[in-house]
Write a protein that binds this ligand. Structure first.
Ligand code: 13P
Length: 284
């Protein structure tokens, strides 16, 4: 199958009351784990790449893994660039074949965020590429993007309406109290804010900071309008733990392919759990 259109996937999810998982991959093995988990669950899925991962491997390596896996896959797969501030990198991903990109100009003043996000929508739409844009500041660390607690702020509902009207993103990421990375306490999610924004803006909502949220938090956010759920840190842990745990249990064996298999299994189990939780199983 050619790469899927994220906007179509998310509109279906919004109408159907479920969310599509967006999983940040790290290499070929983790990309394969995402695709095979989605196939096993017959679920649409979003392969997400951080800007740092794109810079590390280069666009041609990543697009070749994804296209090779998508070509033989029976489920809709979108390839999405996560939080990116760099317009040149966004353009490079669009030219290389990403089907979706995120412009993160949320650290800029409101009007600049609008104009940069609009610029990306204009650039992407002519190539049938979808766009996610952010408002407010989501706390935590997502690869190269660090937002300190004192700098985090939730999205303002009136600004959210104006932002979505002027930018027309395919997916909207308002800061609602979730955080990137490992939660240090119980997160305070602004459910009322999420409900208000989801009811008043047209695009489906992306829930950032998925790792570590309780099952009922996911369910409530999805019921209030989140149609895309981002999971990154969980894959980073599974990637390393899968490797280390296998080696610790078999420390005289030096068979790299077995270690890679163990890592793959660890990643895939977690992705399947998420797909079940988000309600996207059987929705391909
Ligand atoms: P986590 O790393 O907390 O799962 O957040 C992922 C995310 O929102 C990526 O944009």
């Amino acid at each position: 199958m050619p790469l899927g259109n994220m906007s179509i996937m998310l509109s279906r999810a919004k109408d159907g009351g479920y969310a599509v998982g967006a999983f940040n991959i790290l290499d070929y093995n983790s990309t394969k784990a995402v695709v095979l988990a989605a196939e096993q669950m017959n679920a649409p899925v979003i392969i997400q790449t951080s800007a740092k991962t794109v810079i590390y491997w280069g666009t041609s390596a990543i697009i070749s893994w994804v296209q090779q896996l998508a070509d033989t896959s029976s489920v809709p797969i979108a390839l999405h660039l996560d939080h990116c501030k760099d317009l040149d990198l966004i353009k490079e991903c669009i030219d290389a074949g990403w089907s979706s990109v995120m412009i993160d100009a949320s650290s800029k003043p409101f009007d600049d965020n609008i104009s940069l996000s609009r610029q990306v929508v204009k650039m992407a739409r002519s190539k049938y590429v979808t766009v996610e844009a952010e408002l407010g500041a989501i706390v935590g660390v997502e690869d190269d993007i660090h937002v300190r607690h004192q700098d985090a702020h939730l999205a303002d509902p009136e600004q959210a309406i104006e932002f979505c009207k002027k930018v027309e993103p395919d997916c909207f990421a308002p800061a609602i109290g979730t955080a990137h990375g490992i939660y240090k306490g119980v997160p305070k999610i602004a459910y009322d804010l999420l409900e208000e924004i989801a009811a008043k803006v047209a695009p489906p909502i992306a829930l950032h900071g998925g790792t570590g949220l309780a099952d009922d938090v996911f369910k409530k956010c999805i019921s209030l309008g989140c149609a895309k759920v981002n999971i990154s840190t969980q894959l980073k842990y599974a990637f390393i733990d899968g490797f280390v745990n296998y080696h610790n249990a078999n420390n005289t064996e030096y068979n790299p392919l077995k270690v890679i298999d163990a890592q793959f299994d660890e990643l895939k189990v977690g992705i399947i759990e998420n797909i079940n939780l988000f309600g996207s199983a059987g929705k391909a």
